[in-house]
Design a protein around this ligand. Structure first.
Ligand code: KG4
Ligand code: ZN
Length: 376
């Protein structure tokens, strides 16, 4: 009998591990990454072109500017990712791209580019939900088995999810107004700190007294794990105005104290609501005690520490991705694409860009307008 024919593309043995090129462009980061499957998926490259300076004069992300910048940079970004990974398109087995939710112009830039690339190189195309990218990150970084409880907390999102499979999510609750990252960004703006606000507020908070200003802990008195952060930002605005009215301006210490108070309030709310979500999760999945956090706000060390304390108190395994994989990146998109690819999922040239795309269609979010507009 003849041996089976092996197709070799550019020296890449097809029987070898799968290689995925991931593309992300849903908000203000243009990103591309190359991932190789194996015993554990390995990130061969992860390139992120941020747009912070482009939006700096506007006090927030300008969708049209973001979309143009993605369209200009996405091909350069993908090329760099391939070069850094030491592979060519001929080695790649599939292209995974964020198809939503997000700013539609940016999502379209990525989807159109990925379609062109996949059609030109005759590669399968896989549309990935950006939120799934965040939610599956602990599987990429720590090999976390299904199921687990995920707190997805970023500039545009905040939700508790039971993650049971690459396309199987149950939403337990989330924010009813702003996402915490958005509140960090607005707080930074109110206090004259640079964007993105999260890292700036965290740095200032280090020198601050979290108890000086009495700030609210919204919705803690209500059952369930829904949250609210818009009142907190208003409380910061009032506290700032009061100090300015009394002293004629803010000292460095005032600013640090306001940042510390704000961060402590967000940490408190997230920790207490996580405690409730964890109780709900453990009642459903008592044999798999696992909690993870993802999204840009998961980069905050006070918040990570708060969640870890909750986990430890309930004998639950806690994982948090390295900082570079908390904020938007394409390695998480390539990984979510890899899981879908292995499950046999393929998208054709009809793949649409979606501004909204809830992970759990049964229990949709109550989220209003976030940084990226109304979405999941
Ligand atoms: O996940 P991400 O990159 O984009 C979205 O999908 O939204 O998250 C960005 C958000 C921003 O609002 C940023 O201020 C926040 O994450 N962020 C942080 C920190 N680093 C980034 N928030 C608090 N503390 C941080 N260290
Ligand atoms: Zn994100």
């Amino acid at each position: 009998m003849l041996p089976p024919i092996q197709v070799l593309r550019n020296g890449h043995d097809m029987d070898q591990s799968t290689i995925i090129l991931g593309i992300e462009s849903s908000c203000d980061d243009t990103a591309a990454a190359v991932l190789r499957d194996g015993e554990r998926a390995e990130i061969l490259s992860s390139v992120v072109f941020g747009q912070t300076e482009l939006h700096a004069d506007f006090g927030g992300i300008v969708p049209e500017i973001a979309a143009r910048a993605h369209a200009e940079k996405v091909d350069i970004c993908a090329k760099q990712a391939l070069i850094q990974a030491g592979v060519t398109l001929a080695d790649v087995d599939a292209v995974a791209v964020t198809a939503g939710p997000g700013l539609i112009g940016g999502v379209l830039s990525g989807v159109m580019f990925a379609k062109g690339l996949a059609a030109g190189a005759n590669l399968p195309l896989i549309g990935v939900n950006h939120l799934a990218g965040h939610a599956l990150t602990p599987r990429l970084t720590d090999g976390l088995p299904y199921p687990y409880l995920m707190l997805l907390v970023s500039g545009g999102h905040c939700q508790f999810l039971i993650v049971k499979g690459p396309g199987n999510f149950t939403r337990l609750g989330g924010t009813i107004d702003d996402a915490p990252g958005e509140a960090f960004d607005k707080t930074a703006r109110i206090l004259g700190l640079p964007q993105p606000g999260g890292p700036a507020v965290e740095a200032e908070a280090k020198a601050g007294d979290p108890k000086r200003f009495r700030l609210p802990r919204p919705l803690l008195d209500r059952p369930g794990c829904d949250m609210s952060f818009s009142g907190l930002k208003t409380a910061i605005l009032r506290a700032r105005d009061q100090v300015v009215a009394e002293k004629g301006g803010l000292t460095r210490q005032d600013r640090a104290d306001l940042c510390a108070g704000f961060q402590a309030a967000v940490t408190d709310v997230l920790s207490k609501k996580t405690e409730r979500a964890l109780a709900e999760y453990l009642a459903l999945c008592p044999a798999e005690p696992a909690l993870s956090v993802a999204g840009g706000v998961a980069a905050n060390s006070a918040i990570r520490a708060g969640l870890e304390t909750v986990s430890n108190a309930h004998n639950t395994r806690f994982t948090a991705p390295p900082l570079a994989l908390c904020t938007d990146n394409a390695a998480m998109i390539a990984y979510a694409g890899l899981e879908r690819f292995k499950a046999g999922h393929r998208d054709g040239m009809g793949l649409s860009a979606r501004p909204r795309w809830p992970l759990d269609r049964q229990t949709p979010s109550m989220l209003g307008s976030g940084k990226k507009g109304a979405k999941a």
